[in-house]
Design a protein around this ligand. Structure first.
Ligand SMILES: *[C@@H]1O[C@H](CO)[C@@H](O)[C@H](O)[C@H]1NC(C)=O
Ligand SMILES: *[C@@H]1O[C@H](CO)[C@@H](O)[C@H](O)[C@H]1NC(C)=O
Ligand SMILES: *[C@@H]1O[C@H](CO)[C@@H](O)[C@H](O)[C@H]1NC(C)=O
Ligand SMILES: *[C@@H]1O[C@H](CO)[C@@H](O)[C@H](O)[C@H]1NC(C)=O
Ligand SMILES: *[C@@H]1O[C@H](CO)[C@@H](O)[C@H](O)[C@H]1NC(C)=O
Length: 356
């Protein structure tokens, strides 16, 4: 009698809590289920109902595996038990003779309080996580993983407006494309897995950028947890030029050049340069441009000849650049020591990344 009452209570509890969880398809054969921590069940179908009659009584003998391990459930429908963040996995179904019929990957998205972060965004200035080395349409977003929760990119959506964007991925899972009327993005995942590089193929650098880029990256852990990270920005806001090349420093002048990766023509995409002169070079410094105080700092706007005459015996020079027309990030500093009578070979930081 006791047992009977107990089982009634249990089944009552189970029924009352089993509202079907919210689910949506991330990619074909990949389902995302939103969980709030409570128990529920997610039914998976092996074959579509219309397929069943054609397959006759064979369909009654479907068996399932979860993460390559045989489960106890049989038949066309498999009930995935969801509890806390458990239930995600790779589900496969087979016919009686062992041939694969279908497969579904279930990913868990934790809602609200149960949610913990997988990524630790790299925070640099106002626009964390995405930057561009010029205004041509290419940009990179990068991040660092939480120490305990490394993952992989599961989905990328990049678009200009929240319109009818269609995104797809190649079979290797590294190259994504998202197309709509307003934009055509291609993104690829870095080999390190810590970032993506995207280009908007419809972007025109000579026209005003009217709509922001919206980018959402879904990442998943090996425990089948998924999270999304979004960012929206104008390219002009996230631009950060590569390091300036300092060609020459002597006692009377400083000569440098635009980063080779910067947008051309330079007259249309001018940079502002900041020049810092140092009476003493801090040889022990890790960052000689920021670890000691400059004796003099100058701002230079130049679109062609990047040369500055100085009447100043500086031992070291630092130069950095930023977009002259938009308040975006400064480049990293370039540093050159003024070694008299010696060929100066120190500055080897010339950027040589090629643009597609
Ligand atoms: C296989 O499963 C997917 C869900 O992952 C479903 O959309 C699809 O219709 C199934 N294929 C067949 C042939 O039943
Ligand atoms: C059902 O299965 C049995 C054997 O298990 C077989 O003899 C029979 O022909 C099958 N019927 C159909 C309609 O496939
Ligand atoms: C298993 O059965 C299916 C039909 O249900 C058939 O298409 C397939 O070739 C069979 N595979 C093997 C290994 O016998
Ligand atoms: C990203 O995740 C949050 C929280 O899980 C959710 O509210 C939001 O709708 C998701 N955004 C997209 C674009 O899927
Ligand atoms: C510094 O370099 C410029 C250009 O190469 C040269 O004209 C000038 O004479 C040099 N100054 C000294 C003191 O060597």
């Amino acid at each position: 009698m006791k047992l009977f009452v107990f089982s009634i209570v249990c089944s009552f509890l189970q029924i009352s809590r089993q509202n079907p969880p919210t689910q949506w398809t991330l990619l074909p054969h990949i389902l995302v289920v939103e969980v709030d921590g409570s128990k529920s069940q997610l039914p998976l179908s092996c074959l579509q109902p219309e397929e069943l009659p054609r397959r006759g009584n064979e369909s009654l003998d479907i068996f399932w595996m979860k993460d390559k391990e045989a489960g106890a459930q049989r038949g066309n429908t498999y009930q995935v038990r969801l509890q806390e963040s458990l239930g995600g996995g790779s589900y496969t179904c087979y016919s009686r003779n062992g041939s694969l019929l279908n497969h579904t990957e279930v990913l868990i998205q934790e809602k609200g309080a149960v949610r913990r972060k997988i990524l630790v965004k790299t925070d640099q200035g106002t626009v964390s996580f995405c930057s561009a080395q010029n205004l041509n349409g290419e940009f990179r977003c990068s991040w660092t993983w939480d120490r305990l929760r490394v993952g992989v990119v599961a989905f990328i959506r990049a678009q200009r407006a929240s319109d009818d964007t269609q995104c797809s991925v190649d079979s290797g899972g590294k190259h994504w494309s998202c197309s709509s009327h307003h934009s055509k993005f291609r993104c690829s995942v870095d080999d390190s897995g810590n970032g993506i590089t995207c280009v908007d193929e419809l972007h025109c650098p000579y026209a005003e950028e009217i709509q922001q880029i919206h980018i959402t990256v879904y990442v998943k852990t090996k425990h089948f947890l998924v999270e999304n990270y979004s960012k929206h920005f104008y390219l002009s806001e996230i631009v950060k030029p590569d390091k300036v090349h300092i060609n020459k420093v002597n006692t009377t002048m400083i000569e440098w050049s635009y980063p080779s990766s910067w947008s051309i023509p330079f007259s249309y995409f001018p940079l502002t340069f900041q020049i810092a002169l140092f009476k003493r070079d801090c040889e022990m410094c890790v960052n000689p441009c920021t670890d000691s105080k400059a004796t003099k700092t100058l701002m230079v706007h130049s679109t062609d000849i990047c040369r500055l005459e100085v009447k100043h015996k500086s031992k070291a020079v630092c130069v950095r650049a930023k977009d002259a027309l938009c308040d975006s990030q400064w480049s990293e500093w370039s540093h050159l020591r003024n070694k008299r009578n010696k060929e100066n070979k120190e500055n080897k930081h010339r950027p040589n990344k090629k643009r597609a």
